[in-house]
Design a protein around this ligand. Structure first.
Ligand code: DC
Length: 228
């Protein structure tokens, strides 16, 4: 059996990191972890419980009431996000959460709480995790790091179609502005800003199909696994 590796996939919002990570994980029989879903689940929890970011900063112990896990949906073959035992996969993708999640993910105490969990999840290797700081902070020793990007309007259109296909109300202009806002916010925040790790390989998929990008990334992954 070849050695298992960890694969870190970082990049701008809505550029297909999740889709790519899921495909690689499925193909290699690895666990897929969507770290953005964890920030989204925390955002939903704070909104539902009317807890402000100031309160979290003053009392980070409040976060200990949050349990996040991923469970395999046998019908789809993919993992769904659960918050305190309830599936929140649909809810965390809507605009209510999208509008707040960048601010929530800029809070030091929240990042520490989730980064800790994420490091734990990757301790045994065999994980494909996507996010913003996976190659730089969560798995700085990941054997393969991919940094993804694509044109902002192309990303907005993809997210729009994804929401529509999940029957979530969507407005293309609003999504485009949200994509630009999150790019700016994620790249300029003080703690763990979105940054390309020096040893990451760039994948710009503006003009690629999902199949093309999956094929390229899988070739990279198999190459690294063979060599490790
Ligand atoms: O990947 P996504 O769009 O679902 O992520 C939602 C937000 O969470 C995004 O605005 C940035 C933040 N995030 C982060 O700060 N660090 C991560 N590892 C993953 C996501």
């Amino acid at each position: 059996m070849p050695n298992k590796i960890n694969i870190a996939i970082d990049g701008h919002s809505s550029c297909g990191k999740g889709t790519l990570a899921k495909n690689i994980a499925k193909e290699l029989g690895y666990m897929f972890i969507d770290s953005g879903a964890m920030y989204r689940a925390v955002t939903l929890y704070l909104l539902e419980n009317e807890i402000s970011l100031d309160e979290v900063e003053q009392n980070p112990g409040l976060l200990l009431d949050i349990d996040i896990d991923f469970r395999l949906d046998p019908m789809k073959g993919f993992y769904n996000t659960f918050l305190n035992g309830e599936s929140v996969e649909g809810e965390i993708r809507g605009m209510r959460v999208s509008k707040w999640v960048s601010e929530v993910s800029a809070v030091k105490q929240i990042r520490e709480f989730l980064v800790n969990k994420q490091k734990h999840m990757g301790a045994e290797k065999g994980v494909v995790m996507d996010g913003r700081d996976i190659g730089t902070v969560v798995f700085p020793d990941a054997e393969l790091k991919i940094f993804m990007t694509a044109e902002p309007m192309v990303r907005a259109k993809r997210r729009y179609l994804e929401l529509k296909s999940n029957n979530v109300a969507a407005d293309l202009q609003e999504i485009y502005e949200n994509v630009l806002h999150r790019d700016r916010f994620d790249s300029t925040r003080e703690i763990s800003p979105l940054m390309q790790a020096p040893d990451a390989i760039v994948l710009n998929n503006t003009e690629m199909t999902r199949e093309e990008q999956a094929r390229i990334a899988l070739t990279w992954a198999k190459g690294v696994i063979m060599a490790s």
